[in-house]
Write a protein that binds this ligand. Sequence first.
Ligand SMILES: Cc1cc2nc3c(=O)[nH]c(=O)nc-3n(C[C@H](O)[C@H](O)[C@H](O)COP(=O)(O)O)c2cc1C
Length: 408
Amino acid sequence: MSSRGLAVLSRSAIADVLGSGRRLLVQGAMGLHSSDGLAGKVAAARSGRFACVGTISGVCKTPEMLRAELRRARAEAPGGYVGVNLMAAINHEDFADLARVSIEEGASFVVQGAGISREIVRWCREAGTPFAGIVSSGRLAAMYEKWGAEFLVAEGAEAGGHIGDIELPLASLVEEVLDHSSLPVVAAGGVDGKDIARYLAMGVAGVQLATRFIACSDGDAHPVFKEMHLGKDDQDVVVITSCVKGMKARAVRNAFTDALAAGEHFPPRSKAWFFGSAGYRGRRKPCIECLAQGICKCQGSGFRESFCIQDALLRAVKLGDTRSGLFYTGQSVTRIPEQSIAELKSVQELVSDIEDGLAQWEQLHGSLSSLPDGGHRTGAVGSPGSRSGSRCGDGASGTRLRKGASTL
Ligand SMILES: Cc1cc2nc3c(=O)[nH]c(=O)nc-3n(C[C@H](O)[C@H](O)[C@H](O)COP(=O)(O)O)c2cc1C
């Protein structure tokens, strides 16, 4: 544990976790406040099989908001693993300030999503904060390893929110990333309780789930946001074109996504209701310039095309506005078994369910720990590419994720 209160999730710390027979269970960050309140609870969850890791989304928080969220998580999970997710696609001044706050507050790691900045890798290295990269290809994985990342999150096409140019289904991506890098890899995108063991058997250090954690009782998201994740099938999930560089993004279908599909545009509105009259960091116009220069299609078109992402996401998460809110989600939303808010489980209950799912898988396929090297690549420094025993049962390469019933 670091003297700053949170444990450092470095490459060697991950090797220690794996060496103890456990894996990483990471809660993926969810931007614009969808994952607020979850990180500390996940990091504090008790598990014999997993080291549980929370991730706070730093994106479009003020530095004060991020600091408060990190302190809350640290108080809930002293000595636990809580990282911060940042994206180079956001306003550069905000990006730099939020990175500084993450480092000052002793985040367990900083993980970079959309957009690639080499600066942040350097800032982290200089401060001794582990850096992780989210990758959608083996090429990117190799690049981040060269730059000094401590671990990677391989995010497959089934993921939620911005999926950009991610084309590979997760199983294929995991194969590719493991082949291109010796770093510990966390598999993310459409994973649910039934899939976890299959990915672990492929040789990853752990799995990351985000969508599943929205539908639990602990997070701060508006109850309507959680409800929008219940009882969904394939027809309820759409891929939209975001204002962020025109990237593809996955969301729950509603009146807003239908309007976007019909070509409507939604210029920014005042955000005083959320940020107060002083605005976001003193920026009081409806457009608070949340994205890096030249990235926002809405701003770039003089607000005559696309939509304001701050308005749409905040309205969903904070107001539960089902007409004009944008409810980002992942493909695994169709496999959430709970049907009502009253049935939602706590983070601790979800983690226990995940452990039960793993035990059930092992009953059918054999123990993960009986695989050579425990079925994982140790990721230990000095053992590049030491993947062994990384294939097992139905975790074979090229596996497509099954849609349908799940225990989780
Ligand atoms: C509502 C929502 C918001 C998200 N926001 C972010 C984000 O701000 N930054 C990021 O890197 N990933 C973001 N993601 C992706 C998740 O962190 C996660 O990696 C991905 O969705 C895969 O997990 P899942 O399929 O279990 O959701 C978001 C996902 C969702 C569902």
